[in-house]
Design a protein around this ligand. Structure first.
Ligand SMILES: CC(C)(COP(=O)(O)OP(=O)(O)OC[C@H]1O[C@@H](n2cnc3c(N)ncnc32)[C@H](O)[C@@H]1OP(=O)(O)O)[C@@H](O)C(=O)NCCC(=O)NCCS
Length: 158
């Protein structure tokens, strides 16, 4: 049975590391960014700006989202990180965690959610995924990440 939790626990930095690395999408340093955010959140810092949502299947954490209220905004949120454990990808978990995230942010008084993703072909399934989840491509920032890698900004109106 799939369940969600929003409290972060001491084991989560390691769980996040394993999930992020399992996807093969992030280099080691990039994967460590969300691990570091989890460690900081565990210590009680930046609680509004960095929150976590975890999906558990039969007690095993198989996906996570890291999101938060955008600094200087009272009602817009950004989804910073999202990954499903590799062997569970394509099974509908990502869609369910997004739907849970939408409810969660609605309850926090959120008005809009933004997410940025890469423009390379590796991320074509990710872009398709956000579109399937109801996100709209609002802007493309040319050469944002690298000269060959644009930034796609998607948004979802609550
Ligand atoms: C993007 C990601 C979080 C999606 O989670 P998921 O659990 O695999 O997604 P789901 O199974 O819920 O897929 C939802 C929809 O996206 C589409 N989708 C997912 N993976 C896809 C793929 N590889 N190719 C094409 N479409 C895909 C599916 O068609 C599905 O729609 P459907 O239910 O109508 O068939 C996950 O694949 C992942 O961790 N990817 C690598 C890391 C990444 O890109 N993270 C986001 C960084 S911004």
């Amino acid at each position: 049975m799939l369940q969600f939790r929003d409290e972060i626990t001491a084991n989560d930095p390691e769980i996040i590391r394993n999930i992020a690395n399992s996807t093969g999408f992030f280099d080691k340093d990039t994967a460590e960014i969300s691990v570091n955010i989890a460690q900081t959140t565990l210590k009680g810092y930046n609680k509004d700006n960095y929150k976590f949502l975890f999906a558990e299947y039969n007690g095993k954490t198989i996906a996570y989202a890291c999101f938060g209220r955008i600094i200087d905004s009272s009602s817009t949120y950004e989804l910073y990180w999202l990954s499903t454990l590799n062997e569970y990808r394509g099974l509908g978990i990502g869609k369910k965690i997004i739907s849970e995230l939408i409810n969660h942010i609605k309850n926090l008084g959120g008005r809009k959610i933004y997410v940025k993703t890469d423009g390379t072909s590796q991320y074509a399934p990710t872009r398709k995924f956000y579109e399937k989840c109801g996100f709209k491509n609002e802007a493309i920032l040319k050469e944002y990440y690298e000269s060959y890698d644009d930034c796609y900004i998607y948004s979802y109106h609550l």
